[in-house]
Design a protein around this ligand. Sequence first.
Ligand code: SF4
Length: 781
Amino acid sequence: MRNNNLNSKIEVETTPNLVTKVYEKLQNKISAFRRAVNRPLTICEKILIGHLDESAVFSSSDALVAGNSYVLLNPDRVALQDVTGQMTILQFMLAGLKRTAVPTTVHCDHLIQARIGSDPDTKAALYENNEVFQFLESASRKYGMGFWKPGAGIIHQVVLENYAFPGGLMIGTDSHTPNAGGLGMLAIGVGGLDAAEVMAGMSWELLYPKRIGVYLKGELNSWASPKDVILFVASKLTVSGATNAIIEYFGPGAAAISCTGKATITNMGAEIGATCSVFPYDKRMETYLRATGRRAIADLANKRVKLLTQDPQIEKEICENRENSINYFDQLIEIDLSNLEPYIVGPHTPDLARPISKMIDDIKKNNYLDTISVALIGSCTNSSYEDMSRAADVAEQAREKGIKTKVSLQVTPGSEMIRATIERDGQMQLLIDIGANVLANACGPCIGQWSRPELKKGEPNTIVTSYNRNFPGRNDGRRETMNFIGSPELVIALALGGRLSFSPLTDELTANDGTRFKLKPPKIAPETPERGFKDVTDIYIAPATDPNSVEVIINKDSDRLQELQHFPKWDGKDFEKLPILAKVRGKCTTDHISPAGPWLMYRGHLDKISDNLLLGAVNADRDGEVGRGKNTLNSKIESFPHIAREYKKRGLKWIIVGDNNYGEGSSREHAAMTPRYLGCAAVIAKSFARIHETNLKKQGVLALTFADPLDYSKIMEDDRISIIGLNNLKPRKSVNCILHHVDGRDEEISLRHSYNESQLEWFRAGSALNILHSMEEASLE
Ligand code: SF4
């Protein structure tokens, strides 16, 4: 059996204590809320209410209007991955705390590029990213975070195996954090600054989510798998259909799905915009907890089942009449698992779904390339013991007939524990016997960390994966690659058929002896290994017992990492006659403001990554020119980051003018940090995406909107802008702005803001972290 002797007692031993405290908190808060609203509660309501900050007041459910109210929550855990975690930790360091206030772990999974195979790729990544790993490890040891080494596994799989627990609330700096919903946890992907603040002891703000109920009945059979549940849901809700909503699965069918199968489903809620997804606690979760060495937590959960499940009256009422669902959910989807077919989605979007039986028509209609170039299984989404066992069952059928896959097959195990266990139990060998190559226990081809030298530039090709995301360029950086997603067992079948149009339901394969045969649906697989998971060692480093002895390693000459400095305090003066760096037209997402791609490697170096500022932004004054504008110092057309640096060199602050919903897309804090770093004083937009607006506020950039959006068109490229009366900034009070036109005319316009009193303090202090730092310093005096 597995034991948790992972070189550390600290994290693992404290977990039952943490869970006990969480359940006490849930008990008290849920009871109070139940008295106030006097109705049955769903599981996501219970977990959210149970984690409300002490300052939260609610006298009725009116205080919590879904999609409207903001709530302050206290998460139980934080999980960081190695790319986004760099800036998170650098920001946490600025707060000046000695230890993280909330249990936190760091997972090295995104920086291992898939080239040859597990060992050489992991070794190469260790060499190439050595300084980043050293930084993450030393910071983890110093600040009390558990550090999972490169090769230990993918963040969400490792979290599921070790830290997730029913009824908990976790945030993570990765969009597939909701994977832990398979173990009954509300787990939500956030930006790095949110995580840094929670690590520093602040509560976390969330738009109180809507609820989408998915009622499951029946049982999966034949080729249908948990993956097909979420692919079906994605086809119904589309990529944005669950935005600002939690998807809550329930019904008799829920208990028929294994814990890891549930995690596959909640993982991919991210593909339809859900805040997160969750299943109620059940026996399948108990089985998984016990198999992964967490008997104490299973015992605790068993004593608190009512806290960890939906009130039974809800299902009863909905079963009597589906229309009763409006009392509890904004939307209800019903799925009979017994009738679910295996699905394939793609290319380029996860909601382009069809059952496998319809694939052949879609290929003809859309001229998709039928020949598959590579098939890939695994990732954080689909590499459980059950997944690998079903995939291996299909492989075994092929091996018995003496055949191998017709195309390259790559396997990325989700964790070292899974890899070692399926190696011991034979599933890995079955996959290798039909031609599989085993990659590192890491993200690799799921996040574009995939070297494909055999593919010519611009060459169209089709791949099939059991991953979760498939936008253009996602897997190999090539927009021409058409990426389709299905369950691991289906991907193996497609690899054996070699064609996208191959259907294991109807098509035959040719055995080595020339006879024809059909694959049988994979057998029901064990959800956990009969012999227990294999013990694994040397994958985890515990926090130091003497943190003072640990130096955080940041090489002063590094171009990957740079220690952050506090942004300066506001000098108390109005902004007088500032130049406009960019007037942006149309959509300007955080990826337009701070692009990813090759910039991924500079996520820990603020100065370096600032060279990507606004490189994707469309210039409203220059006939749609992208990433460039007029340098008012020399009248030349230059790149925005270059101009910003020129202004910064001369101590000149500057302004960005934005269009509608400026900063939409993600919570990437670099999109607020890089302008601030290069001297942005204010962003004036027609409207903001909420998270980016908050990020600007937190970094000390004044975020303002036009009182009259038509004033956007009054601003000219050569104007200077003054924002005055800043000493009298007050909540809900408008702000005066003067446009100094180049012809000598001055024009006054009115601006609005959404700052509350404490957010105004962030502006005055220079950033939210500056406040946190001064509070920490004061507490030490
Ligand atoms: S395997 Fe893919 S989806 Fe999962 S954490 Fe890695 S990159 Fe994200």
